[in-house]
Design a protein. Sequence first.
Length: 262
Amino acid sequence: MRTALLQSSGRPGSTVENLKVLDEAAGRAAAAGAGLLVTAEMFLTGYAIGDGIGRLAEPADGDCADAIAEIATNHGLAIAYGYPERAGDTVFNSAQLISADGTRLANYRKTHLFGCFERDHFTPGDQPVVQAEIGGVRVGILICYDVEFPENVRAHALAGTDLLVVPTAQMHPFQFVAESMIPVRAFENQMYVAYVNRVGQEGEFEFVGLSTLAGPDGIARTRAGRGEDLLLADVDPAFVAASREANPYLSDRRPGLYRPLV
């Protein structure tokens, strides 16, 4: 499955403009043969928009979800996007996966909030593994800081995730996460990891780009620089299966030894 990574901050504060950016990128991705397009964390609204988060947050089945479903259907590819989700009086930092026929397949709420900014605006989710099938690939979702906890990614590995999509808002000076940690996470858990970042200055944050898709061999299939970009790389389920057969990390685990960790 060809996977497209949209490295962009869009137009912070404007869902209308961000939907236009997404539509244009989806067209380019589909023309290049992509079956899945992944955006950055909070792509729909922008990340550092303060109280605008609460104002622009909407339900998982809200108007913007309908608009993205239409984009997915028009271009014939699945879309995973980051957005602020409103559920009653609660707001979550979420990512939703919509299929190429417009079906809402999965919705994930960020479980590990980073810093005071996120804790002031969001409630953490409590479901660690969210998955869906796309074209024979089992796709799982985490968001940014979540992937920095090895337990989260290992839970996905044990649940059979082939491709872990990670919308992110990775900021300076933590670029080593994209450069070093993501390939290691992919290797130690025998999966593909698509890590898709924002770019440039936004409020007090400087986003570093460097989006990447790493394979289960720990090798980056593609990597962006610091500017806006649309990356493409292939995810091969057969390669995942062969890699898991050759690499015994998961089968050599001894869970009985790890009980003190929890």
